[in-house]
Design a protein around this ligand. Structure first.
Ligand code: ADP
Ligand code: MG
Length: 411
């Protein structure tokens, strides 16, 4: 049976024309499943692997719906999309403008770190979509510069992140401003039971769609781990980045300080690199991301602020300079490669300090990462520590004192 086309999903001509020009020939699995549910007016909680077109899955049916309405100057927004980072909000706004180019869609970004005046001015002229980060949105709500009384669609992209401790309080406050009945849509590549139960506090009779089991790594990502002593990590990284097969590489560190240090070290060794983290100004952040997107800078060293949602074409490698403590972030980080069916390589550098995080990752992704020893700084000492820690975990489990940290997938 052939895949139904966008046409068969009932999308209107202006949207189909834009998709044709952009070059989307057929819907992705999450688009196939989610678009009809959104179009029928249901609440939805949807998960699908990174890079599989979730943005279009929620924006296309909404652009379609909105395009049938009467427009007027000064219209308050009908759609509110919340994201965890400014960069992701800007990207989704670009997608809306792209997909809605023949539907006269009006969209506005409401994010911190940039001047508020133009945002207020755009809102005053009238918009259909607002794509926002929670902090600046609450600021504008308090200033009465935005009215959410007419919002009919509330979307949380990276929903599990939006409902975790860092954001849930703000998100709930914002949800209170959005009248009911409304349609509330949640999308992410990772979704825990806790998130689902929190979601039920802002949704009504939500349908659920999972294209793959939650926390499934995107297809086409080759995952490797390299054992290395901590002091050799910079040299190993330089060695990897100089390899011919590396086109664009995104390097993740655990902290801002390490991100800046690593970027400087790469520059000194002749590799064009920049750092992006929350201590940089928004214009520095945007400049770094733009330089990376256009290939002017081959390596971007980042904290988890770019782990979620960011879609840069041609990232051939994601390198975890440090393995994240939060295993879910591993899935999001490596999901910056192998997008829209492309291939990618994810390499995690593991020193003794990373071992427990590696075990957490392997337990979440339900597989042992491939050990790549063919590198000049391979450390059998670190490999030995992993074996010893696995053995100890098994013994603890056998003794009935398992603390739940042992991975059944560990070697
Ligand atoms: P996700 O949110 O699932 O991580 P995105 O919405 O960012 O993924 O989309 C990932 C990439 O796939 C983007 O570059 C987007 O342009 C592309 N894409 C989305 N839908 C399609 C489609 N139907 N056909 C081809 N490419 C698509
Ligand atoms: Mg996304």
């Amino acid at each position: 049976m052939s895949t139904p086309s966008f046409n068969e999903l009932g999308l209107s001509q202006p949207v189909l024309r834009a998709l044709g020009e952009i070059g989307y020939t057929e819907p992705t699995p999450i688009q196939l499943e989610a678009i009809p549910i959104v179009a029928e007016g249901h609440d939805l909680i949807a998960s699908a692997q990174t890079g599989t077109g979730k943005t279009a899955a929620f924006t296309l049916p909404l652009i379609d719906d909105i395009s049938t309405r009467e427009f007027g100057p000064g219209d308050p927004p009908l759609v509110l999309i919340l994201t965890p980072t400014r960069e992701l909000a800007l990207q989704i706004d670009e997608n809306i403008i792209e997909y809605g180019r023949y539907a006269d869609t009006r969209s506005c970004v409401v994010v911190g770190g940039i001047a508020v005046g133009p945002q207020i001015e755009t809102l005053r002229r009238g918009v259909d979509f607002v794509v926002a980060t929670p902090g600046r949105l609450l600021d504008l709500i308090e200033r009465k510069a935005i009215i959410l009384d007419e919002v009919e669609f509330l979307i949380l992209d990276e929903a599990d992140r939006m409902l975790d401790l860092g954001f849930v309080h703000d998100v709930r406050r914002i949800a209170e401003y959005v009248p009911k009945p409304r349609q509330t849509l949640l999308f992410s590549a990772t979704m825990t039971a806790g998130v689902r139960s929190l979601a039920s506090t802002i949704q009504t009779d939500a349908k659920s769609v999972s294209v793959a089991p939650p926390a499934t790594v995107a297809e086409n990502i080759e995952q490797q781990v390299m054992f290395v002593e901590k002091e050799h990590k910079p040299d190993l990284l330089i060695d990897l980045l100089k390899r011919e097969e590396v086109e664009l590489a995104l390097v993740f560190t655990g902290t801002k300080v390490v991100a800046s240090q690593v970027a400087r070290r790469l520059e000194r060794s002749g590799i064009k690199a920049d750092a992006i983290h929350s201590n940089k100004t928004q214009s520095q952040r945007q400049k770094a991301l733009d330089a990376f997107t256009t290939g002017k800078v081959k390596v971007l060293v980042a904290t988890d602020i770019v782990a979620r949602g960011i879609d840069v074409d041609g990232i051939s490698h994601v390198i975890n300079y440090e393995i994240p403590e939060d295993a879910e972030n591993y899935i999001h980080r490596i999901g910056r490669t192998a997008r829209a069916g492309a291939r990618g390589v994810a390499i995690s550098l593991c020193c003794v300090d990373d071992i427990s995080n590696l075990r957490g990752v392997e337990s979440l992704v339900k597989q042992a990462l491939v050990i790549e020893e063919d590198q000049p700084f391979h450390s059998s000492m670190v490999a030995g520590c992993l074996v010893a820690s696995t053995r100890a975990a098994k013994q603890r489990a056998r003794a009935g004192k398992g603390r739940g940290s042992g991975s059944k997938w560990a070697r």
